[in-house]
Write a protein that binds this ligand. Structure first.
Ligand code: FAD
Length: 354
């Protein structure tokens, strides 16, 4: 039985249950959802955690920024803000949680405590990340007085903060992204299989954010046989699905976090429309939008701002659709799923082209 009709898969209810009455199961689109099992004693604790509302923050400062180190910017999605944030936290004895690719290119939240490992978290992965048991790990670290940075989508941060409601979070810093939504892990699995079949080899590396000097959003995959695939965002099959708003988690289409008020200390994104608001700043290798939503965010920005070329901006100039409302569901969503299930990924995508 479901806990919510708009489950974000945030896992907060799972941890709130002392009776192991909740399973996190995959639904028929491959998304992780909370499901009540037979251990449930109907205490409703999970419902109250799920339905509780957190105070949101109005951004205090808005910046456009680019990491001065071109290599770091190149391997990041936009301007490479999260890299320096992570480095600062780790260099001060802290740990960082974020979404990484596993050995078989599934997306999963992990914890790192070494600067050399930050590369694993760099780059947006446009499919749902498995949070695994990271919320528990955050709690353990905070209880030991360790500084924690948790990065993720706004709904994931919302879940984490609900779970930590009775924990001292003085040493917790949260960073979310402006979020268009996550595509089904089932679709991403089929997409990887399709590439591996086409290139007759296993994937060796993969990024959704290969920067070619014109765009910052292309796929680049390399294979064990040293072949390489570069998928321009207008032609690549995964991006066709993503940009047509197909195959997202149902809660993404109803997302309550697609707005200016933010659940996290820090919000990052791609600075959309930068060429209109700040001339000569965009060099086509990525500009981060940074929203400092709390005093904690401003303090840390002050410590690391020298690493960036920075221009102060304002909310009006950085507005983009997902800071206003959720992504609308693509009108071919249902027929895509049907075709995908019956005849596979490529047939499903053919329908989108018609
Ligand atoms: C699913 C998704 C949708 C996005 N939609 C938009 C959008 O509509 N508009 C916009 O301006 N920006 C969007 N972004 C944010 C943008 O792509 C960059 O992540 C952001 O600009 C930060 O870039 P960076 O260069 O500072 O850091 P990067 O190094 O690129 O950031 C990597 C960080 O992103 C987190 N991350 C990556 N993939 C996931 C995932 N699947 N789930 C949770 N966290 C993840 C990691 O934990 C890591 O800390 C989206 C990001 C994601 C993950």
């Amino acid at each position: 039985m479901k806990i919510s009709n708009n489950c974000y898969g945030c896992t907060a209810c799972f941890y709130s249950c002392k009776f192991s009455g909740i399973d996190i199961k995959k639904d028929n689109c491959g998304f992780r959802c909370a499901d009540i099992n037979n251990n449930c004693i109907k205490c409703n604790k999970c419902q109250s955690v799920c339905n509780s509302k957190l105070d949101l923050n109005i951004p205090i400062e808005v910046y456009a920024l680019k990491n001065k180190n071109k290599d770091i910017r190149n391997t990041s999605s936009s301007g490479g803000y999260i890299y320096e944030l992570s480095k600062y936290v780790i260099s001060n004895g802290g740990v960082v949680f974020g979404a990484c690719f596993t050995g078989d290119f599934k997306v999963k939240h992990m914890c790192i405590d070494k600067v050399e490992d930050i590369y694993m978290m760099q780059g947006s992965k446009y499919t749902e990340s498995d949070l695994d048991r990271t919320f528990e790990m955050v709690k353990d670290n905070l209880e030991k007085g360790i500084y924690v940075l948790y990065t993720g989508t706004p709904c994931q941060i919302n879940g984490l903060k609900k779970y930590l409601k009775n924990v001292n979070t003085e040493h917790l810093l949260t960073c979310d992204n402006v979020c268009h939504g996550v595509v089904s892990p089932l679709i991403f699995e089929e997409y990887k299989k399709m590439l591996e079949k086409e290139y007759d080899s296993k994937l060796k590396s993969f990024t959704f954010r290969y920067k070619d000097g014109k765009r910052t959003q292309n796929v680049k995959a390399s294979f064990e046989n040293n072949k390489e695939y570069i998928g321009l965002c207008k032609n690549d099959i995964f991006y066709k699905i993503f940009f047509k708003n197909i195959g997202y988690r149902e809660s993404c289409y109803n997302c309550e976090f697609s707005k200016i008020k933010r659940v996290s200390d820090i919000t990052v994104g791609d600075f959309w429309g930068i060429e209109r608001s700040i001339s000569n700043f965009d060099d086509k290798y990525g500009v981060s939008l940074l929203l400092n939503n709390t005093d904690k965010a401003m303090e840390i920005f002050d410590k690391i701002k020298d690493k960036f070329d920075v221009v102060k901006s304002n909310i009006d100039d950085c507005l983009q659709p997902n800071l206003i409302s959720p992504t609308p569901k693509g009108y071919k969503n249902e027929i895509f799923w049907e075709e995908f299930r019956n005849n596979g990924l490529e047939k499903g995508v053919e329908l989108l082209d018609e």
